[in-house]
Design a protein around this ligand. Structure first.
Ligand SMILES: Cc1cn([C@H]2C[C@H](O)[C@@H](COP(=O)(O)OP(=O)(O)O[C@H]3O[C@@H](C)C(=O)[C@@H](O)[C@H]3O)O2)c(=O)[nH]c1=O
Length: 192
């Protein structure tokens, strides 16, 4: 019996994962990650760091972020408390979906996870106050390689479920450049 359902999104390199919950009178148990099951589904990232953030309010936006190669990071994102709208933007030059985005709502109750591969800018907005997000990354933090794109860039036209007036950003994210003129450090590599 598979303990995970893997659902490729509209950009199929981005995968929504639903772990199976084993409920009983005590509550539930679930595996949240299995190297073997994920590799069998083609997700063979080797994770080296776990991250956690708390966003106090609904409408907190973090992103859109990436680390440039060779420090690129694949991410496996999930929510411990609350809910997020989680977004991945394809920034792989030469990709048929370059500049397109896909997204999923991740909730603590639903336990959904989003796998965001190398070559994508990642960001989310919180849908509830007090939202806690945890995610695994397959490369160490390398701040000198960080890049970003404005969350509300009109060319990307991401369908965020919050208004610009609701959005709360870090000072760093508030001044990220737009997508026009963006020079991506990623190239699309077709996998065998
Ligand atoms: C990302 C990161 C930040 N930090 C530090 C730097 C800074 O002082 C503080 C807050 O960093 P930031 O403002 O960049 O945090 P945040 O805006 O939450 O950044 C995160 O956003 C989401 C969307 C992602 O995809 C992540 O990869 C990461 O970029 O934490 C680390 O020590 N290690 C890390 O891996």
């Amino acid at each position: 019996m598979s303990k995970f359902a893997f659902e490729p999104l509209a950009i199929p390199a981005v995968v929504l994962i639903r772990p199976k919950k084993f409920g009983d009178a005590r509550g539930y148990f679930m595996e949240t990650y299995s190297a073997k099951a994920f590799a069998a589904a083609g997700l063979d990232a080797v994770f080296v760091q776990d991250n956690q953030s708390l966003s106090a309010a609904r409408g907190v936006v973090r992103g859109l972020h990436f680390q440039a190669p060779p420090a690129a990071q694949a991410k496996l994102v999930r929510v411990l408390k609350g809910a997020i709208f989680d977004v991945a933007v394809d920034i792989r030059l030469g990709s048929p979906s370059y500049g397109r985005w896909c997204a999923a709502t991740l909730t603590a109750e639903g336990a959904e996870q989003l796998f965001v591969p190398h070559g994508f800018a990642h960001g989310f907005c919180t849908l509830e106050a007090g939202t806690e997000v945890v995610y695994k990354v397959d490369g160490p933090y390398a701040p000198e390689t960080e890049g970003g794109i404005a969350w509300n860039d009109p060319d990307l036209a991401i369908g965020w479920p919050i208004t610009a007036a609701e959005a709360q950003l870090s000072g760093k994210d508030a001044v990220l450049p737009g997508f026009a003129g963006f020079a991506s450090p990623f190239r699309h590599e077709a996998r065998p």
